[in-house]
Design a protein around this ligand. Structure first.
Ligand code: F6R
Length: 250
């Protein structure tokens, strides 16, 4: 694993965007695995800025997103499809038909998950998977205790995830209780993984994920077994790793 420490959120976002743009420049028709949540917003802003300057094109790039709330329409402002359109897709030249987000309104969620696994295979797998990490160590919506062998599946969200995500909704009761999510197996099959973390409230879980034992209790800990992981974080999120002597690049 390579660890890049940035002083603050802005430089962390720039570093993460650098890694994604290098992927897109060296393989324009690559498959990007994308994430939502608060952490990658700055990364997407940076990519949009470079696209607008003419430094980057996504014309041949394909994307698959990690997850989507079950029961939310793509037009719902808190759906992950809406997030991706407003934070990235609407501002760059990626072709709409090349962007893939699970359908939260699928009549058969199980069939939707199976079709998504097939789609990822048909695309030839994911070249670079961008991840954030939840406070309980979840990656995508793979919650503590979930089986590492799962592909895309229907997930019951934990109370801690509902609590963390209620900030995006008017009321806590509005947060969906279920989601569709890529499984750990899909993520581990990605050729490269880029994980972004920010803020001191992530410091403990980052330490447990990368210095603790590999265990389904901390889903992100499975990344220790992946051969090509880059962790990009700000000083606050990486503080415990650094204290423990983890070698970092500046
Ligand atoms: C989002 C996702 C989630 C988030 C995680 C961290 O697609 O899969 O696992 O990455 O909840 O969210 P933030 O970045 O808001 O702390």
């Amino acid at each position: 694993m390579r660890v890049y420490l940035s002083e603050d959120y802005k430089s962390m976002s720039r570093r993460a965007a650098n890694i994604i743009s290098a992927q897109v420049i060296t393989k324009p028709d690559c498959v990007l695995g994308l994430a939502t949540g608060g952490t990658p917003v700055g990364t997407y802003q940076q990519l949009v800025e470079w696209y607008k300057k003419g430094d980057l094109s996504f014309a041949e790039t394909k994307s698959v997103n990690l997850d989507e709330y079950l029961g939310l329409s793509p037009r719902h402002e808190q759906s992950y499809r809406y997030f991706m359109q407003s934070n990235l897709f609407d501002h760059i030249d990626i072709k709409p038909e090349n962007t893939h987000v699970l359908n939260g309104l699928a009549k058969s969620p199980v069939a939707e998950c199976a079709a998504y696994n097939q789609l990822i295979r048909d695309l030839g797998g994911i070249d670079l998977q961008l991840l954030g990490m939840g406070h309980n160590g979840h990656i995508a919506f793979n919650e503590p205790g979930d089986n590492f062998g799962l592909e895309t599946h229907v997930v019951n969200l934990t109370e801690s995830t509902i609590e963390a995500n209620k900030r995006f909704f008017e009321r806590r009761e509005d947060v969906p209780r279920q989601a569709l999510s890529m499984g750990i197996k899909n993520i581990m099959n990605a050729r490269r993984i880029l994980i972004v973390v920010s803020g001191e409230e992530k410091a403990d879980i980052v330490y447990r994920a990368f210095r603790g034992p590999v265990t389904p209790d901390v889903p992100a800990s499975v990344l220790q077994l992946h051969p090509d992981v880059t962790l990009v974080g700000d000083r606050a999120a990486l503080s415990k790793l650094v204290e423990a002597g983890e070698p970092v690049c500046g």
